[in-house]
Write a protein that binds this ligand. Sequence first.
Ligand SMILES: [Zn+2]
Length: 552
Amino acid sequence: MFMEPTRREFLGTLAAFSLFPTEKEKPELILHNGNIVTVNAKEPRAQAIAISGGRILAVGNDADILNLASPGAKKMDLGGKTVLPGFIDAHSHPAAAGLMHLRMVDCDLRSIAAIQAALRERAAKTPAGEWVLGFKYDDTKTSDGRPLNINDLDAAVPDHPVQIEHRGGHTIYCNSLAFQKAGINDKTPDPAGGKIDHDPATGKLNGRAAESARSIFDKAIPQTFTRDDHREGVKLISKMLAKTGITSAHEAQGTPLDLLAYQDARESGDLLFRAYCFINYRYIDSMIAAGVRTGLGDEWVRIGAMKLVCDGSISERTARLSTPYEGRPNDYGILVMTEDELYTYGRKAHLAGWQIGTHANGDVGIDTTLRVYERLQRENPRHDPRFRLEHCTVINDDLVARIKKLGAIPTPFSTYVYYHGEKMRYYGAERLNHMFALRTFLDNDIRATQASDYPPGEFIPMMALQSEVTRTDTKGNVWGPLQKITVEEAIRVGTLNGAYASYEENLKGSLEAGKLADLVVLGRDPLKENPSTLVTIPVERTMAGGRWTFEA
Ligand SMILES: [Zn+2]
């Protein structure tokens, strides 16, 4: 049969590669004398690993692997240290977090007075009239026993508009000038899917606004970040993640600017983790029109799922629940998008071959999202759509059965029990046994992932292991003990399951020949550690694509 030139060209390229098989197969680096936890069921433990061209060439015992060494190969004695696959954070906001760390006041402080002082200091360096922005404020972590209000902010900074974002990212706290700039007064009605809070006694604004009300402020805040700033943000957060053993992160709320920032950072050599970049539904039309869909890209920067948002947040207690919050009999949380909207956007993405990831925290939010996914599959069945349930926090037996049937992927918060323990009482002891339900997911062969949701949650993988294994917070309270999993399971959740969630389980997530050389060297073995001190295990080195991205 006549062969087209392009086809011939292609075969020619393959032939050229095969001319140098021995060249390709010589290890550049051999790590040996290690305690290697491979997360590969066929060969769970190994001593040595050979690396070439950013990939793993071979894994095995010291003798066999050292035997592969040619004179030029570097050898590194691990001194018996433990090696795990690099961690995959399957739901995080690295690009936005990097920018925040670059420009905003870090309000992760323990009193309102401390926050006021930090804002005052930033205001003094900010030209009059320009916005002072803060992030990582957490009303449950200040000693005052009450949330920040408009008077606190007016007292601290009277002549700059101030907006402080809650750690959870769904609520904001503003001063009077900020409300003025946003065109909001005491009588402004709540926007659809949002809330502007008032003092119940006086009816005046109390400073807090939630969910879609944020976008009113977004329009008033000048977006002054340059393309370089975005790249710098990725560079900054790259270093922070690498230090903790993370080699991949799923950017859960990506925009075209984020996608560009990842590419720019990669080009400048500053991208130290692999980014699976979700695209917010607002950009889906132009993405589809350009012929883009999930999976486009390469192992460093790849297009992820389309992101939808169904309900509110766990840390700010706005997740939509079927039964009210403890002590707040009329509060069931918030639905952000309607089922119709979720379906309309979901259908477009589903038909165009996109994976879909929908933020769904409460049992009502998860039920709604599953109904949409079930309908999409019923109307237009697709092979292996890997629907994702971002967070998927509060579950019940019916939801679990439907998740299993759909083959959907939950990405529950990994560090919340440990780090946000003080918020758990709002959900109650009984409900906690059905939240961040890794035990239930794994028992039902549902491939749940490790996910920080940073900034709302901490991203440290060793903290995730401790939180998931002990279900114990920093004060020693145990929350939802029925959902405890083992250290071995938690490691798999944080590695191979994360790879599956981005269709990359054949590329990474375990240490085996042919996969990417992404790994972390730990100071102690998590499998031999007392579970209550897992978080203290030091990360000594992190490698992504055969290159050390962090060395202690
Ligand atoms: Zn998120």
